[in-house]
Design a binder for this molecule. Structure first.
Ligand code: RP5
Length: 168
């Protein structure tokens, strides 16, 4: 059996960590092996390119790149790897993350990055799990079980909504 593919989680600055932690938590929850890096498209571009260029050979299956402001990290990673790349735009003070959202999502044809919501790192984790699960039946079963639990919780809340209304 081939080894489980890893996910590389990269953030532009360690100031992004409180957001990015949610992606790492999801990957750990599903038992997906991952590595975490602080590398910047602007401050350490050579190291970003090196990580991305070697990622496929090093056993990665998906790369997550989180950055704020003029966020070029996901694009710089995608430019250097054939692996799927997920961008997490991180909220900044001046433009509330819209700057990073637009920088991440408006990629030219042929070099896509799958961009989640501003600060949506948990969904980056879930999407990475879903991508890897297409070639990993055990992981797919775990993901389906997670969705079932989510649905059951929602339906339970639906049953209880009138009791909740009375409590308010
Ligand atoms: C981006 O600039 C980082 O991803 C971070 O979101 C933002 C600010 O970085 P610091 O000045 O906090 O290091 O490259």
């Amino acid at each position: 059996m081939s080894e489980a593919k890893k996910v590389a989680v990269i953030m532009g600055s360690d100031s992004d960590l409180p957001v990015v932690k949610k992606a790492v938590d999801v990957l750990n929850q599903f038992g997906v092996p991952n590595t975490v890096h602080v590398l910047s498209a602007h401050r350490s571009p050579k190291q970003v390119a090196e990580l991305a260029e070697n990622a496929e050979a090093n056993g990665y299956g998906v790369m997550i790149a989180a950055a704020g402001m003029a966020a070029h990290l996901a694009g710089a990673v995608a430019a250097n790897t054939p692996l799927p790349v997920i961008a997490v735009p991180v909220k900044s003070k001046a433009l509330d993350g819209v700057d990073a959202l637009l920088s991440s999502v408006m990629m030219p044809p042929g070099v896509p990055v799958a961009t989640v919501a501003i600060d949506g790192a948990a969904n980056a984790g879930y999407l990475a799990v879903q991508i890897l699960a297409t070639s990993d039946a055990e992981l797919m079963d775990k993901f389906k079980a997670f969705r079932k639990t989510q649905r059951e919780k929602n339906l339970e809340a639906n049953k209880n909504i009138y009791n909740k209304l009375k409590e308010l």
